[in-house]
Design a protein around this ligand. Structure first.
Ligand SMILES: NC(=O)c1ccc[n+]([C@@H]2O[C@H](COP(=O)([O-])OP(=O)(O)OC[C@H]3O[C@@H](n4cnc5c(N)ncnc54)[C@H](OP(=O)(O)O)[C@@H]3O)[C@@H](O)[C@H]2O)c1
Length: 246
C-alpha cells in the first residue's frame, strides 16, 4: 500500500506516556510531522529528543483547558502550515464503585476523557474544514462498549466518546474529514496509576500485569487508519489482548 503517513502533520494529546508516546514513536518512524501535548513537559522533551523532533513541537497542554488545546493546534499550523490528523488520546481511568461517591475522580474523568476530546474537536475542525481534509481520531475503550462494577463513570465517558465520534463522522464527511474511534482492551501504559481507590488499584494493577499487551498494538492500529487512501475512512477499531475475555 502507498504510504499515506509520511509528511502528515499529526497532533497527539496525552503523548507523554503509554499509548500516545508509543504512537508518536511509531508515526515518527513512518515520517509523520508530529506536534505533541501533555502536562508533563519534561517527558515530552525527552521523547522529542529520542525521535528527533524540534523542541518547539512539544507543548505543555492540559486538555481540560480549551485555550491550551487551541494553542496546541495553532502551534502545528504555525510550524507546518496545516493539521492533517488530531489524535484525542489524553485520558484517565480512576475506577471505583459508585457507592464511594468519589466526586473528584468523576469530575476529572469527565473533564479529561470527554470534555478534553470536545476541546480537541473544537480546535481542529475549522482549520480542517478550510483545508477540505483532515482526520480526527478519538480514543474510547472496550469499556465504552461494556461496563463492569467499578468502571461505570469511566465507561460512561468512553461510551460518550463513541457516540460523539459517530455524530462527528456524519457531520464532517461533507468537508472530506475522516473520523476514527479506537477502542482498546488492556494495553501496557501508566493508566492503572490513575486509579485512586487502593483496593481497586491493586486489582487493576494485577489484571494489567497478567493481561496487557504492548502499546505498539495501539500505535499500529492508529497507523493502519491513517495510512488508508484518502477515500477510505476507518471509522472504528476495537481490539483487545487475545486472552482478555470481556
Ligand atoms: N491502556 C489501556 O489499557 C487503555 C485501554 C483503553 C483505552 N485507553 C485510553 O488510551 C488513552 C491513553 O491512555 P494510556 O493507556 O496511554 O495511559 P497513560 O500512560 O496514563 O497516558 C495517559 C496520557 O494522558 C495524559 N493526560 C492525562 N490527563 C491529562 C490532561 N488533563 N491534559 C493532557 N493530558 C493528560 C497523560 O499525560 P500528562 O499526565 O503528562 O498530562 C498521559 O500522556 C486514554 O484515553 C485511555 O482511556 C487505554
Amino acid at each position: 500500500m502507498r504510504d499515506n503517513i509520511a509528511g502528515k502533520v499529526v497532533v497527539i494529546t496525552g503523548a507523554s506516556s503509554g499509548l500516545g508516546a508509543a504512537t508518536a514513536r511509531h508515526l515518527a518512524e513512518h515520517g509523520a510531522r508530529l506536534v505533541l501535548g501533555a502536562r508533563r513537559l519534561e517527558r515530552l522533551k525527552s521523547l522529542a529528543w529520542d525521535i528527533n523532533l524540534p523542541p518547539n513541537a512539544v507543548l505543555r497542554t492540559d486538555v481540560t483547558s480549551p485555550d491550551q488545546v487551541q494553542n496546541l493546534i495553532n502551534t502545528a499550523i504555525n510550524l507546518h502550515g496545516r493539521i492533517d490528523v488530531l489524535i484525542n488520546n489524553a485520558g484517565i481511568m480512576p475506577h471505583s464503585l459508585l457507592e464511594q461517591a468519589r466526586l473528584d475522580d468523576w469530575n476529572r474523568a469527565i473533564d479529561i476523557n470527554l470534555k478534553g476530546v470536545l476541546h480537541g474537536i473544537a480546535a481542529a475542525i475549522e482549520p480542517m474544514k478550510q483545508q477540505k481534509s483532515g482526520h480526527i481520531i478519538n480514543v474510547s475503550s472496550v469499556a465504552g462498549h461494556k461496563v463492569r462494577p467499578g468502571s461505570a463513570v469511566y465507561a460512561a465517558t468512553k461510551a460518550a466518546v463513541l457516540m460523539l465520534s459517530e455524530g462527528l463522522r456524519q457531520e464532517v464527511k461533507a468537508y472530506n474529514i475522516r473520523t476514527t474511534v479506537l477502542s482498546p482492551g488492556a494495553v501496557q501504559s501508566e493508566l492503572p496509576q490513575s486509579v485512586t481507590d487502593p483496593n481497586m488499584a491493586s486489582a487493576i494493577a494485577d489484571f494489567y500485569e497478567n493481561y496487557a499487551i504492548p502499546a505498539d498494538s495501539f500505535a499500529r492500529a492508529v497507523a493502519f487508519a491513517i495510512n488508508q487512501p484518502d477515500d477510505v475512512d476507518i471509522n472504528e477499531i476495537q481490539f483487545r489482548p487475545t486472552r482478555q475475555d470481556f
